[in-house]
Ligand binder design. Structure first.
Ligand SMILES: *Cc1c(COP(=O)(O)O)cnc(C)c1O
Length: 482
């Protein structure tokens, strides 16, 4: 038996184990610093602790059988009812809890596909129309469900273009979807206008409020001018929203809501003839842990409407501060007019990824966008109070253009080299090399010192996006191996 077996022959002692856990955690990104914008939505130590303790009590319970676990059924139905209330749903609105925004979207697309199979059996290739800013979860859903995505360009202001959507509608369209707001630019699509079109053409219409569902209703309460985007609007037939984002719930929970129970029936899976018993389950998952349901229910009850309003108020104050600060820095521009606490910005000097690299060296993590190159920030409770420090850092970095330009030249040089090599090297050798360097850059993500500007440049310069696909396939393969 090798000594360092991954699966120990004798179990570790509790001390040994906790030791290892400490060390592992030490290598993770330090989001507790408040310097990572996105991925983590933390409600603060005290609440998080209470919620975890409650979640832990239910972590072995199984929501697959709501009849045996009546507490879990209560949690789930109340979470759904609260979500429906937030989004102006009437008594007809129904829904389910899922594992995340992706599953909610998958369910909405499946439901639309199956409703159309029944009502429009002549459709051979069902089509889903989405603005290009929509979350890739829609493309994943299409990929899994054999639905054809039809991507429509957005307007100058990054909102969905209703005219273009109208042109894309045809007899194969099973669903139109848009975002409230979109992840890249934090803008709410013109839901009301799209809904009109959907009603006129008798097409189902999904609003992806994964990000906005637990923010926009409270912004409305606080007097912000937020356009309608929910069940208030006739024509909206389903909405997704994520407690595990701005609901500040433990990870692994989203809600999918439908206008009525007839729609939702097409989401269910039922198989009464199994020798293992009659099987019925609402969504993709079979066994579902009770912990996340209990934790989510707990935080909704703990904070209450006013608690969320307070959080949203502080988050929006922080957001305005950062947006105004960025706008006051020469050559930096906010993209469009973001509607909530999610936005992006770019640099007219074309060195935005070098700025991101420099920020990262100082421990600030922003999200990199493309078309055009820009940086995205998702501000949530855990980031509050950091604006001044962040802006000072950003100003320093930007005012040191000489360094930035040097960094830019070196990444431009690497990109040019890569381009040159792609012409002279046999294509599989070139692939192998770029493959290695790109996967190294990406998997080094947390280190904070690794420059990503060149890697993004190389990826962007591969004219054939198919090459990028190959690279990423290999990267995923490598990442999920020991
Ligand atoms: C995060 C997100 C999703 C996907 O949700 P997951 O919980 O990551 O699966 C979908 N749409 C938008 C707008 C999002 O921000």
């Amino acid at each position: 038996m090798i000594e360092k077996a991954l699966f120990p022959l004798k179990g570790l002692s509790e001390d040994q184990l906790l030791n290892q856990i400490e060390q592992l955690k030490e290598q993770d990104v330090k989001w507790e610093s408040g310097k990572m914008y996105g991925f983590v939505y933390h409600p603060g130590e005290k609440i998080a602790k209470t919620v975890s303790e409650i979640a832990q009590k239910f972590s072995h319970d199984n929501a697959l059988n709501p009849l045996r676990f009546s507490s879990l059924r209560k949690f789930e139905t109340e979470i759904v009812a609260i979500a429906a209330e937030l989004l102006n749903g009437n008594d007809e609105v129904v829904g389910n809890v899922t594992s995340g925004g992706t599953e909610s979207i998958l369910m909405a697309v499946k439901t639309a596909r199956d409703i159309n199979r029944k009502t429009n059996p002549e459709i051979r290739t069902p089509e889903l129309i989405i603005p290009e800013s929509a979350h890739p979860a829609f493309l994943k859903a299409c990929h899994y469900l054999d639905v054809q995505p039809v991507m429509v360009p957005v307007r100058e202001d990054k909102r969905a273009d209703v005219e273009k959507i109208k042109q894309a509608v045809n007899q194969n369209t099973i669903l139109i979807a848009c975002s409230a707001p979109s992840y890249p630019h934090g803008v709410i699509d013109p839901v009301e206008e799209i809904a009109k079109l959907a009603v006129e053409k008798n097409i189902l219409f999904h609003v992806d409020a994964c990000l906005g569902g637990f923010v926009l209703p409270f912004m409305k309460d606080l007097g912000y001018n937020i356009p309608s985007f929910d069940f208030d609007i006739q024509g909206v037939t389903s909405i997704s929203l994520d407690p595990h984002k701005y609901g500040y719930a433990p990870k692994g929970i989203s809600v999918i809501l439908y206008r009525n129970k007839e729609l939702r029936k097409k989401q269910f899976f039922i198989y009464p003839n199994w020798s293992g018993g009659i099987f019925a389950s609402p969504g993709l998952s079979g066994t579902r842990g009770g912990g996340v349901l209990a934790g989510t229910w707990a935080i909704l009850k703990l904070l209450g409407r006013e608690g969320y309003q307070q959080m949203v108020k502080s988050v929006m104050t922080e957001t305005s501060k950062i947006i105004n600060g960025i706008e006051s820095i020469p050559n930096l521009v906010i993209t469009g007019h973001p509607d909530m606490s999610v936005f992006s910005f770019t640099s007219v000097k074309g060195d935005i990824f070098n700025i991101a690299d420099a920020l990262e060296e100082k421990g600030w993590f922003l999200n990199r966008l493309q078309f055009p190159d820009s940086l995205q920030m998702t501000i949530s409770a855990g980031n509050i109070g950091k604006a001044d420090e962040f802006l000072t850092e950003l100003k320093n970095i930007v005012s040191n253009r000489r360094q930035l330009m040097k960094d830019k030249q070196s990444s431009d040089f690497q990109v040019a080299m890569a381009k040159g090599l792609s012409k002279v090297l046999p294509s599989n050798l070139f692939k192998k090399i770029t493959n290695q360097s790109i996967s190294k850059s990406l998997s080094d993500g947390n280190g904070g010192s690794h420059k990503q500007a060149a890697m993004y440049g190389i990826a962007a310069s591969l004219g054939n996006r198919g090459n990028v696909n190959d690279l990423l396939e290999n990267l995923l393969d490598k990442l999920y191996r020991i």
